[in-house]
Design a protein around this ligand. Sequence first.
Ligand code: BGC
Length: 482
Amino acid sequence: GSSQCFPDGFLLGTATASYQVEGGVNETGRTPSIWDDFCLSRENVQCATVADDMLHRYKSDIAMMEAMGLTSFRLSISWSRVMTWNSVLQRMVRNDAGIAFYHDLIDAVVAAKMAPIVTLYHWDLPSVLHTEKRGWLSRDIVPHFKEYANLMFDEFGHKVPYWTTFNEPWSFCVGGYGEGYHAPGLSHSDTASYEAAHHVLLAHAAVVRLFRSRRHQFFPSARIGIVLNSGMAFPLDPTSAADVAAAERKLQFILGWFLSPIVYGDYPAVMKQYAGEHLPVFTPEEKAHLAGTYDVFMLNYYSSELVTDCSSPRSGVACDKLMQGWHRDAAVDSDRFPHGARPASVNTRGESNCAWFNGYPDGYLPLMRWLHAHNTSAPILLTENGWCGNTTIDNADQLWYFQTHLDRVWQGLQEGLPLIGYTAWSFLDNYEWGSFEPRFGLFYVNYSAKTGGKEVFDPLPTELQRIPRPAATWFGQVAQTG
Ligand code: BGC
């Protein structure tokens, strides 16, 4: 609650991502990313050509964060804005106008006394690297990503205290290369998401090593990590050893998939056992290269799940329909959650367009502890957390969600977890990877009727206005009272 104090230096802020908020897809010399292509190619997928127009409105947006008393802002860089394909050289080269935008943006964040937390890759791969080079499906992406990161360190290294290589590799590898509901929309293969993830991990390790070899030149105390995500998984039947094992397996298949390689240098044993030959193999050199490639753990948490073991199904659980992936476990409907913890004033349980979402604050600390157990000396930055499904401005559910989750963060500090910051998802309503709903913003945005169309348009001055929800007001009070 707001009476509790966060320690000095604790980073409190909000998060966004380039394609979700910037708009200006054809400005500053930006060229398409896989999301521009994906949204144009699918009838049901809207584009973010204008989005929140943050490309032009960042100064007033940052002033709003400053007025709230926030001490950090998490943003991502659009690779295809800062670099352009050179077909003679067969690689990406710098684009000065795009780079200038991020200098202005980051300078404004720093001038507002907020720590920029900068993500290199929040899902908007330059199209050309996908069409010409097979993107994350090819290992050849690694040197391209390294060159991009190197340029970003050259430009912004002296301004940025926290870097993230990738945002949620699980989400874009599974969504983009396995299920096909995210760009680039591939769903033809059982193994493509594992291959993409393998190359993402190698690219991550290469960039962390590069960063460590250079940071003394520009910002010795700067830190780097990778943002990983998972819901907390609880056994449907806590007295069943099979369900307990299934819940742990689910965590290993989502969080452990990326966490084990960066901590220990290899995939979790249970993944190798269940996924078998579908999972690529690291060489001994790659294992050594991967192990320890993080200065700080970075975690996104939204929701929790009840999990049952589908090889010994409990009665009433539709395992055939729910069986998910190689781990062969089912996440069970949220109706079965034994919480009932929400106050009477909170009467919705997430709207229909958030089927995956169970707002469950009691999952947050167990997930933090699970992560922490992998390296008790690694600081933890909580990089996303938010309520899925706001459509209204006056949203009590969202307020309840942030209050209860922030309370768990505070409890985590009391029990000694090395938490160094929390950035809420999201600063404002934005492009939710396919459409402008559900909404996650602390600030409501009044979109134009044209928002979500495939055309670029100039928003009227009255459009895209930012209106604080109750949670924004409350979050500002927390920031100001410490
Ligand atoms: C992503 C965000 C997304 C949010 C809500 C996270 O998976 O990092 O880009 O908008 O969750 O779905």
